[in-house]
Design a protein around this ligand. Structure first.
Ligand SMILES: Nc1ncnc2c1ncn2[C@@H]1O[C@H](COP(=O)(O)OP(=O)(O)OP(=O)(O)O)[C@@H](O)[C@H]1O
Ligand SMILES: [Mg+2]
Length: 283
């Protein structure tokens, strides 16, 4: 079982004056049961890439493999429902995902669509709304009367209620306050650690990459230019410069100390760092 992109290209509006090549020959294998960050500048192709994971977009060349399914250019993917049961995608703009009269109906829509009874779907909606940090009183409200951050939470709940194996999140913490963003990241980490889910997350937040993710994929101008574990990613000074990515404070501080000859352990938390500094200074 795996997730693979083989020579994937994506052209928006091909053969029209608006033709735009958004993905160039992407080859990529994404691990399961990990949290993988997809990073890169605005317009680099992150959303385009992840929308291939549940066939919302189809490659215009190449193949996308998801477990035993292969989505190829020029072939209408069959049985999309079964794919979308496995891969749940939360859009970058939650408005695109919300459409029912009440939040309850919105969240219960996905599970019902997969043939789950009304009762069970509503039970899942009640659980999901709490998971994303809202209480049950929201369920009878309209999804359109919510703030941006609340809409995002409801959109995430809608995907959680479907209980997919692979959860794809396109900037899920945009619009949340720092505390809310942290709780959301912790929820995703729990889904991975306790429920064995696979999480692919598009993000611009390097603290989240450092603190929660296992691997990083970097997109640039529609190409996949780097894939590694998080530690190696933050050690790529030139790449970070090139992408105008400011690494998290702890990474910068550790680099400065190392340049001054300090021996530091691998862990990237302040507690360990302070202990290391004390040890080094005492030497
Ligand atoms: N529907 C579309 N039609 C034509 N071009 C598009 C369409 N959607 C995206 N693009 C173009 O494809 C490129 C990649 O867009 P994409 O949304 O994948 O970038 P992104 O990395 O997700 O950016 P951001 O960080 O701003 O969300 C951009 O140049 C964008 O203008
Ligand atoms: Mg995007």
């Amino acid at each position: 079982m795996s997730v693979k992109f083989k020579n994937v290209g994506h052209i928006y509006s091909p053969d029209s004056p608006f033709e735009y090549v958004a993905l160039h020959d992407v080859n990529l294998e994404l691990p399961l049961h990990k949290m993988v960050a997809i990073v890169g500048n605005t317009g680099s192709g992150k959303s385009t890439l992840v929308q291939h994971l549940n066939a919302l977009l189809k490659p215009t060349s190449g193949e996308v493999h998801i477990n035993d399914r292969i989505i190829v250019a020029d072939e209408k993917p069959r049985n999309l429902k079964s794919l979308r049961k496995v891969v749940g995608l939360v859009f970058q703009f939650p408005e695109y995902q919300l459409f029912e009269e009440t939040i309850l109906r919105d969240i219960a829509f996905g599970p019902k669509n997969f043939g789950i009874s009304e009762e069970e779907a509503e039970a899942r909606a009640r659980m999901a709304i709490k998971q994303v940090g809202l209480d049950e009183s929201y369920l009878m409200r309209s999804p359109f009367d919510l703030s941006g951050g609340q809409k995002r939470r409801v959109a995430i709940a809608g995907i959680l209620a479907m209980d997919p194996e692979i959860i794809v999140l396109d900037e899920p913490t945009a619009g949340l306050d720092p505390q809310g963003a942290k709780q959301m990241m912790q929820l995703f980490a729990d889904l991975k650690n306790k429920h064995n889910k696979t999480i692919y997350i598009v993000t611009h937040d390097m603290e989240h990459v450092l603190n929660y993710c296992d691997e990083v994929v970097v997109m640039k101008d529609g190409r996949m230019i780097h894939q590694s574990n998080v530690e190696d990613f933050f050690a790529e000074g030139e790449l970070l410069n090139d992408l105008h990515i400011a690494p998290p404070a702890i990474i910068k501080v550790k680099q400065m100390l190392k340049e001054r000859g300090f021996k530091l352990s691998k862990a990237n938390d302040f507690d360990t760092l302070v202990k290391d500094i004390v040890k080094e200074v005492r030497k």
